[in-house]
Write a new protein. Structure first.
Length: 442
């Protein structure tokens, strides 16, 4: 987590101040439940809230204690005792460190996910706006990077919307996955703490009790969480890569907004580079990389070990902070993307009408020509266009003219039948149907 790729609200979730405040709330809520059950005095629970709730925890002091104790939770509890006084002896009754650490980690992940869900909503709104704006902006579709048949730029944005809508649903699902609490004591048996304490803390923190915590919350939950972040990152990269390809000089159908005073290269003043989407590609690689160690964390020894701890101290903040930044950056790219409809048509026209080859193939088969012969006839004429394109970058042979002069083609199809297959509207006639599937009736 570095400042260059961080936003303050997400960073604050992972700050020491936030962490220790959550630790205190877990302990204080547990004290409330202990007091209700008569395990500790109610006045003690009240004092703990009054003194600890108003306190500003001294990070330097906690670090100082930890240097001696070599234990972060004990260091915090020692500092809390300095603040609360004698009643602090009732804090952490029957609990173990993982009760605090794991419950806190899940609270932080929940809060981080809430921000990510907001990010997704903002991105989805931007994609929807651009999709409808360019619903009928015709451009060439490409397969294998090669011209295929016409699509619209709005369909490209609609596809991205549908993908990120699925991502949002997955993110909401894994928020539920990690929203569990463990206050079960050593090895998770509740031997020294009543299960009702866990139920109370869980309700107070917006969590659910973990069915079997074995002293730690099972890490399959977290593996699924970070894997989901990795999938979202992959979707970010897919759209970023599409934009990067569209911005290539030879294509230039869309490009990132280039602001006044912006510089593209320290050496070449003419450059306008897709730096934001290239950056997003790199950030996506980082977020994906956190999924693998999260999966390796699942296999802990017996009831617990702490091999997962160092991993999660890194990937928890880094994955969520990086994804938060990436989603916000992608939203800005989409909102400000410059689209060139005339260039799209120009690029499509450079291949002299080849985009209509399938329609001629189908027309020939419907006229009684075998598919094999129909393919041969269409390809024969198409290759003439390709060969002329290869020499100059623009087709010097027109596909329609070539077909009209082909005696075998004309034996099966009239001039009108051939010309009628060169209509761009035919390729976009189902755009409304696709949009209704993606966006509903609005």
């Amino acid at each position: 987590m570095i400042p260059r790729y961080s936003r303050p609200e997400m960073v604050s979730i992972w700050s020491p101040e936030t962490k220790f405040r959550i630790w205190f709330e877990i302990e204080a809520h547990a004290c409330d439940a202990l007091a209700e059950l008569g395990v500790i005095p109610k006045e003690a629970a009240k004092t703990i809230w009054e003194k600890g709730g108003k306190a500003t925890f001294d990070i330097a002091r906690i670090d100082e204690i930890e240097r001696e104790t070599k234990h972060d939770v004990i260091a915090f509890l020692t500092h809390l005792a300095e603040i609360v006084g004698p009643d602090a002896r009732f804090v952490h009754q029957g609990m173990t460190s993982s009760d605090v650490l794991d419950t806190c980690f899940n609270v932080q992940l929940m809060r981080a996910t809430d921000l990510l869900l907001k990010d997704m909503d903002t991105l989805l709104a931007a994609l929807k706006h651009r999709a409808f704006e360019h619903k009928n902006t015709v451009c060439i579709g490409r397969s294998h990077g090669i011209h295929a048949e016409p699509v619209t730029f709005g369909l490209k944005m609609a596809q991205a919307y549908a993908e990120f809508d699925r991502c949002r649903a997955r993110l909401a699902a894994v928020r539920e996955e990690i929203a569990t609490c463990a206050i079960s004591g050593a090895v998770g048996t509740f031997a020294n703490i009543d299960p009702r304490i866990e139920e109370h803390v869980a309700a107070a923190m917006g969590l659910k009790p973990e069915p079997v915590s074995t002293q730690v919350i099972p890490r399959d939950r977290h593996a699924m969480y970070f894997a989901t972040l990795g999938v979202i990152a992959s979707s970010i990269e897919r759209l970023a890569t599409e934009i990067r390809h569209l911005q290539r000089t030879e294509v230039l159908e869309a490009e990132e907004f280039f602001s006044k005073g912006q510089k593209g290269s320290s050496a070449m003043p003419h450059k306008r580079n897709p730096v934001l989407t290239e950056n997003l590609t790199g950030l996506a690689r980082m977020v994906r990389s956190y999924a693998f160690p999260a999966m390796e964390n699942v296999a802990l020894w017996h009831e617990r070990d702490i091999s997962h701890s160092s991993v999660e101290r890194m990937i928890g903040p880094d994955a969520t902070v990086t994804l938060d930044f990436a989603l916000a950056r992608l939203t800005g790219v989409v909102e400000n993307l410059v689209v060139y409809p005339e260039r799209m048509i120009g690029n499509m026209d450079r291949l002299g009408g080849l985009v209509h080859s399938q329609r001629i193939l189908l027309a020939l088969t419907q006229a009684g020509v075998s598919r094999e012969d129909a393919y041969r006839l269409v390809q024969r004429n198409a290759m003439k266009v390709w060969e002329s394109y290869q020499t100059s970058g623009n087709a010097e042979v027109d596909f329609l003219d070539s077909l009209l002069s082909d005696k075998e083609v004309r034996a099966a199809l009239s001039e009108e039948e051939i010309r009628s297959r060169f209509n761009l509207d035919y390729h976009t006639r189902q755009v409304d149907t696709i949009f209704s599937r993606v966006f509903g009736s609005n």
